[in-house]
Design a protein around this ligand. Sequence first.
Ligand SMILES: NC(=O)C1=CN([C@@H]2O[C@H](COP(=O)(O)OP(=O)(O)OC[C@H]3O[C@@H](n4cnc5c(N)ncnc54)[C@H](OP(=O)(O)O)[C@@H]3O)[C@@H](O)[C@H]2O)C=CC1
Ligand SMILES: CC[C@](O)(C(C)=O)C(=O)O
Ligand SMILES: [Mg+2]
Ligand SMILES: [Mg+2]
Length: 345
Amino acid sequence: MAEVLYNQNIDEEVLKNKKVAVVGYGSQGHAHAQNLKESGFDVVVGLRPGKSWDKAEQDGVEVKRVADAVKESDVVMVLLPDEYQPSVYEEEIKPNLDAGNALVFAHGFNVHFNQVVPPEDVDVFLVAPKGPGHLVRRTFEEGAGVPALYGVYQDYTGQAEKLAQAYAKGIGAGRAGVLQTSFQEETETDLFGEQAVLCGGLTSLVKAGFETLTEAGYQPEVAYFECMHELKLIVDLMYEGGLEGMRHSISDTAQWGDFVSGPRVVNEDTKARMKDVLTDIQTGAFAKGWILENQVNRPQFNAINVKENQHQIEQVGKELRELMPFVKEQAKSKKEKEVVANGAR
Ligand SMILES: NC(=O)C1=CN([C@@H]2O[C@H](COP(=O)(O)OP(=O)(O)OC[C@H]3O[C@@H](n4cnc5c(N)ncnc54)[C@H](OP(=O)(O)O)[C@@H]3O)[C@@H](O)[C@H]2O)C=CC1
Ligand SMILES: CC[C@](O)(C(C)=O)C(=O)O
Ligand SMILES: [Mg+2]
Ligand SMILES: [Mg+2]
């Protein structure tokens, strides 16, 4: 088994005398900045004036323009959307990096695909949480954490690996497991996971199930509960106890259906297409397409996004979730908890 590090295996002292700039305050940024701060590290957030700036200030985090935050920091974590990283890096980060600083990413995309080329006199590593940023924050507040991968691309100071581990501990990943990787492995597996399984595979499976039922004349509300709402409940069981744990809670009829019908839907053909997706990631074809799409202001991305939001499952889902106040309440109480926690600091 690969070596998995936990809090007790990681010495965070190496990061304690350093200033960390978290550039960006979105999904990952707000979580890293607040978790690191509450773990006792010295943090400044780098932003441009706007919504995120206001939110970071409300959260009680120190905020500066990107260039100023980078200038005064030793460790710079880049948590901007991948597509904006190269230009902000060239204009505001690179000119303000000093020799011996650390340049850090939560995803290897831009370094691996040569969109960001770091100078030789800095450490370069990644700390990539294996979960959405909002859960990196929520689980941390609950005393738990999201696992993370760390990987060193360039070790100028000889401290890069220790710094990466300490950073991972600071955001709470040491409570769940911290695992070593390379930029190539993180980039390719992360892109594959989100495209074939976690996001692309899942949304396509859910929509196909919903459409199969509604096209056969079943009520959209029934199809929504069956194919979308219940998914969280089933996935929670898998998260807690794996496939066996989930199968313990479902009926034997469902388990038999799982065994005989699952492989009729997802089978060797599906796996062959998954391999095609992986090949496009490995050859850089996917990255090239995404970079070009951004260069022409995302015509396809925007058109598909509008169409997806208009899908019947989204309309039905909105109405049904309005009628399930506890779904909103759960989200609200988590929000309130954040506000209370921030007020107390
Ligand atoms: N989302 C996730 O859970 C995960 C993301 N990652 C990686 O983490 C990185 C960050 O992703 P994510 O958190 O989703 O990003 P977001 O889209 O949530 O980040 C948006 C943030 O970037 C700021 N921003 C955008 N452009 C600029 C700019 N030109 N100057 C200054 N600030 C800017 C926004 O500020 P403003 O309000 O001013 O626009 C906002 O604070 C990526 O590399 C991603 O691959 C890795 C694991 C999971
Ligand atoms: C699954 C999507 C992800 O890779 C993530 C939350 O881990 C991302 O890029 O947002
Ligand atoms: Mg991911
Ligand atoms: Mg990703």
